[in-house]
Design a protein around this ligand. Sequence first.
Ligand code: ARG
Length: 561
Amino acid sequence: MKNQILFGLSKATGEKHIYLETPEREGHGDYSTNIAMIIAKKEDLKPIKYAREVVAKLLKDNDLAKIVSKIEAVEPGFINFFLSEKVLLSNLKAITSEKDRYGSSQEGKGETVVVDYSSPNIAKRFGIGHLRSTIIGQSLCNLYGFLGYKVVGDNHLGDWGTQFGTLLYQITSKNLNAQELSIDDLEELYVKFNKEADENPELWDEARKWFRKLEEDESEARKIWETIVKTSKSEFGRIYKILGVSFDHEHGESFYEDKMQEAIDEIRKKKLSKKSREAEIVEFEGIPPAILLKSDGATTYFTRDLATIKYRLGEWSPGKIIYEVGSEQKLHFRQVFATAKLLGWIKGEELVHIAHGLIRFKDGKMSTRKGQGIKLEEVLEESIKRGRKVINKSDTSRGLPKKEIEKVANAVGIGAIKYFDLSHHYSSDIIFDWEKLFVLEGNSAPYLQYTIARTNSILQKAKKDLVENNKEKQKLNNEELLLVRTLARFPEVIIDATKNYSPNLICNYLFDLAQKYNNFYNQHRIIEGENEGLRLELTESTGCVLKNGLTLLGIESPEKM
Ligand code: ARG
């Protein structure tokens, strides 16, 4: 529909780049454009007069006439389009027949997108920052997949680097058994090392020695490292299981160990690096230099990210690589992307850093203890507990078997966390607030899940006579019309959210849709009311679209709540 309107407009105005907006205000139509004002300004015409001329031309367009009921020019020169009821209603049919595919498309067919997300560091607890990356990254994977792109999700684990030298030194010098060390112990050892090395800087030489051993594949070093990786991965695996997240690949930084030299050679051959004191650096215009090799010859996070790009380009030929990583790494990615370009690796591919903001805790309760990260599993468990409370309070959940209740508690608790994160723009800092996560009359996952459960229960009750009652439709009332209009927008919202890496646009939309549905529900009788067939169709369509939306956000929708 949008495309048809754009086509009509460009025929009428001769303009190629026209932007259609979805007006916020009721009564301004389904789409609106200011193109007449833009052209009028360029040509020195009176905007409203020119807008009227364009409308007159558009009204003669037979294709447009099939889909719109009204086109109007309004002061100071906007053009508004109203889709016809027939078109809007035929869209309902599309929803109920396409079901969980409604809103999907093939527009990304043949193109690959790599999403680098989650990527926690081995031997450190899974932090809340990595939670954001995991949730947003997963949602971006879902969105691109839904639009027909081939998606490669890669967990770029931080499992290599000089910090492992410090751990190896700690473990061997203190005669510890690596097998017995938990992730907390490992993190503590690391913190301790830094303190000890403050007083005794020679320890750094020891750490470097141990990292070199690791790089040279010395067997003791290798064995301890493998144990640490295993312990950490199993801890992360537990969290991913609770979150319902999985990856196509988990090529950690160590995967690039044997691929870095090639990148280094190429940089040298193209004369992009230079010696600076003992180290080797790459310089840029306008941003600080990056370290390619440290003074002791060790590679860096930067070196590994370069090798990673080369590998990904060669292996998957993506049109786009998305890095979902905290905003504190902005400079790092600017350096990496700039170097890849200087090397001539980038031929139209897009490299994007989706730099998420921080999470802070409102009540200070879960705040960091002495600079240590928040224990994520505790937060997740607390959320599931709160999810359980929500269900135990609800009438409809009575009689559900215990196992079912647990499943719903999980969906609600984890859903609430994910949704809270996703409903903010990724770049904003967010303040974690339990109340907002579970607000039942607000922009939260539980509110949407409730609304879906409501649509399910209505359809359940009505099931028997759905077909018989599907009689001639009467003219739509205001609430019905608003709902049909909103439902029709879903496919465009998905595209917008994907192109802007902004799942929060989906949240805004779903919240709006749920409010419109509940408003309609409160004002009109559905079962055995007038227009019953249509109202049931609206109910089914709303449930379906809300569910599709939540699925794209990685959130489950329980049948009953
Ligand atoms: N492990 C890194 C960190 O926690 C994030 C890695 C992000 N991905 C990348 N390709 N650099 O800071």
